[in-house]
Design a protein around this ligand. Structure first.
Ligand code: HEM
Length: 468
């Protein structure tokens, strides 16, 4: 690192006084700082990244940044919205979304619908899948603005200080969300803190930064896209590629002050980013589209699980849940809440009740989902049997006592949906059914249309139907 006098620096010490900052007679701009402080700042050794001459790509400029920004402007709100919807799907009104108490950030709760049955599959598939697909765009956007992140002096006015704080939330927030989200879908929790709590609060930090950034940069983006002559920038070959014209921030522009010769055209760069996103999409889509499952190389739960009716994803195995093969011995489901007290049904009695078959997806918060055909007793028939024909909620308890989702409250609409089942059998289609395997919840499990996967309780021991 070298100490660079303000006048030596191509950044703040040169250029016209476009921002109207005061000067000290030496030709230097002060950026609102008292002159002695500005001179002292100028003697601080400047790390090479803060020297604009370090950044030499002739591709950088407002037009390129704005094209990438436009893609993120369309894509990231979908990722944000579907993430928040997932929080609501977990039922914060029952205190079973994590984190529990979010104070002023409490979202208006509503009953998560059961129709269409693929709703959560869609929203969570989009959240994880689109989030992954946008990674190449986000990284390229950061590359395109990296000289600005190191701009010197780092703060030039109060407004710019506030903007830089919002950038900390934006850049820190998105990187934190990407890293924790990707580690979560790989079942890697080596970060040591609770994923759900951190990812939720991290999301709000990012949302605040994102809203501020869009509000500040939208006019610049529109101007850059309008004046950027897309025909020109996109059709230029490598040899024809020249830096964008200087913009209105001399000394702080993305346009390189000493550009190196082009090694690729803008068209190639944008094509490479689009290709990277498409590749991530192809490797991910099999986690949500059954027919493309062999392609799901990026998902630890995405590919093959052997053969037969139980060949589909298992998130929490019976072993991990401390459930042994002897669970069926002496099994009796307890139904509670009715005026006549507890009703107990062993598995043979459950099998003797009217059976209903439904083809429903099961969709995990980690993005994977799979469609299966399920047969069992309708939850609403069990509610009627318990003596609570129109329950407001149902409290389902698993025989797995210690797990985080061993107890789940279902909304009234989730109990009364005609396809909501206490499933006893499962298969790829109605012609190839078998009893649930132990890992899939034998003797009986809940399956409800559009419910987040983890709330489809396995190894169900008791259901408490509540009318209020
Ligand atoms: C995760 C999403 C994003 C990240 C991490 C990000 C990051 C950044 C950073 C760090 C800067 C430099 C700020 C400065 O010091 O001037 C910047 C500039 C910019 N961003 Fe974003 N941005 C994101 C999304 C967007 C979106 C959605 C838009 C669309 C409105 C956008 C449009 C722009 C524009 C027009 C500039 C100004 C370039 C210039 O003044 O030369 N960005 N972005």
């Amino acid at each position: 690192m070298t100490a660079v006098e303000p006048t030596d620096r191509p950044g703040p010490g040169t250029g016209t006084d476009a921002e109207g900052d005061a000067a000290d007679g030496s030709g230097n701009r002060h950026y609102g700082f008292p002159a002695p402080l500005f001179r002292a700042l100028g003697r601080i050794p400047v790390p090479p990244p803060a020297d604009p001459r370090t950044w030499r790509s002739p591709l950088r400029g407002r037009w390129l940044t704005s094209v990438l920004g436009l893609v993120l402007l369309v894509g990231l709100p979908v990722v944000i919205l579907t993430g928040l919807l997932s929080y609501i799907a977990y039922g914060p009104q029952f205190g079973q979304a994590i984190p529990g108490d979010v104070g002023y950030l409490r979202l208006p709760p509503f009953d998560w619908p059961t129709s269409p049955s693929w709703l959560y599959r869609l929203t969570q598939g989009l959240h994880v899948g689109l989030g992954l697909v946008l990674v190449p765009v986000i990284l390229t956007k950061l590359w395109s603005v990296v000289p600005k992140l190191f701009a010197w002096p780092p703060v030039r006015s109060l407004a710019q200080l506030l903007e830089r704080i919002s950038l900390l939330a934006l850049v820190g927030g998105i990187l934190f969300e990407l890293v924790t989200g990707i580690m979560n879908i790989q079942y890697d929790y080596s970060f040591g803190f609770d994923f759900y709590t951190a990812h939720y609060w991290g999301a709000w930090v990012f949302i605040a930064g994102f809203l501020a950034h869009v509000a500040i940069k939208l006019p610049t983006m529109v101007r850059a896209l309008r004046t950027g002559a897309p025909g020109r920038w996109l059709h230029d070959t490598t040899a024809e590629t020249v830096p964008e014209p200087p913009d209105d921030e001399p000394g702080h522009s993305l346009v390189a002050v000493s550009p190196s010769p082009p090694t690729m055209s803008r068209r190639t760069l944008i094509g490479a980013v689009a290709g990277g996103s498409a590749l991530v999409g192809v490797l991910t889509i099999g986690t949500t589209v059954d027919a493309l499952r062999p392609l799901a190389f990026l998902s630890p739960r995405g590919r093959s699980y052997g053969t037969g009716p139980s060949d589909f994803q298992v998130n929490r195995t019976a072993f991990a849940a401390g459930v042994g093969p002897g669970i069926g011995d002496g099994y009796a489901l307890a139904l509670r809440g009715g005026p006549a007290g507890e009703v107990r049904l062993d598995r043979a009695a459950l099998g003797a009740l009217p059976q209903h078959t439904a083809t429903l997806p099961i969709a995990c918060v980690e993005g994977w989902s799979v469609t299966r055909t399920w047969t069992g007793v309708r939850l609403r028939d069990l509610a009627a049997l318990a003596g609570v024909p129109a329950p407001a909620t149902a409290f389902v308890q698993s025989l797995e006592r210690a797990g985080p989702f061993a107890r789940v409250t279902l909304q009234g609409n989730q109990v009364l949906d005609p396809d909501a089942l206490l499933a006893l059998r499962v298969g790829e289609d109605a012609g190839a059914m078998a009893d649930l395997s132990l890992d899939h919840g034998f003797p009986a499990r809940v399956i409800v249309p559009a419910l987040p996967g983890v709330h489809n309780t396995k190894w169900v021991g008791a259901i408490d139907f509540r009318s209020a």
